[in-house]
Each structure stands twice: as C-alpha cells, then as structure tokens.
Design a protein around this ligand. Structure first.
Ligand code: FES
Length: 88
C-alpha cells in the first residue's frame, strides 16, 4: 500500500504497522503504548482511510489517525515530516 508524507512516498509492508513503517523511513513520530490507548502517536490524515480492528481508546480529533494500531485500507496522504527536516 502506498503511503505519501510531506517528504516522501513509500510502500507499507504487509506485516508492519503504519507506525513501524514511519519509523523505518525516518519520520518524526511519537509513541508510548503502541496499542491504541495513549494517543501519543496521533497524526493528521490528509487523504485516504484507515480502519481499526477494535475502536481505539485514545481520543481522536476528526482527521487524525493512530498509526500504531490502524489498518491501512487505501493509499494515504499523511501530514508528517522526516526527522531530519525538522532538525534543520
Ligand atoms: S502509541 Fe499509544 S495510541 Fe498509538
């Protein structure tokens, strides 16, 4: 599945979470629980759609997703940047 961020486009692997994939590709993401409880990993979704196997407990505003526990069902455009871009 194709994922587009502010800085690059990459393919989400079959057995990795979106959070894992964002970390693998060097994006600036936060996390704590990695299982839908804390909300630390929230990121804004620009286009596309995700699903959750069970409703996450963390509060989400409209247009935000939890990359640690969502299932990506169509190509996404996300509002996240690479770490290095933020640093400088
Ligand atoms: S890391 Fe806690 S909800 Fe995603």
């Amino acid at each position: 599945m194709q994922i587009m961020t502010e800085d690059m486009v990459f393919e989400l692997g079959d057995d990795e979470t979106l959070l894992d994939a964002l970390e693998r590709t060097g994006h600036q993401v936060e996390y704590q629980c990695r299982s839908g409880y804390c909300g630390a990993c929230r990121i804004p979704l620009k286009t596309g759609r995700v699903e959750y196997s069970k409703p996450p407990l963390a509060l989400l505003r409209r247009g935000e997703i939890l990359p640690c526990c969502c299932t990506v069902t169509e190509p996404l455009k996300l509002k996240v940047h690479l770490r290095s871009k933020l640093a400088g």
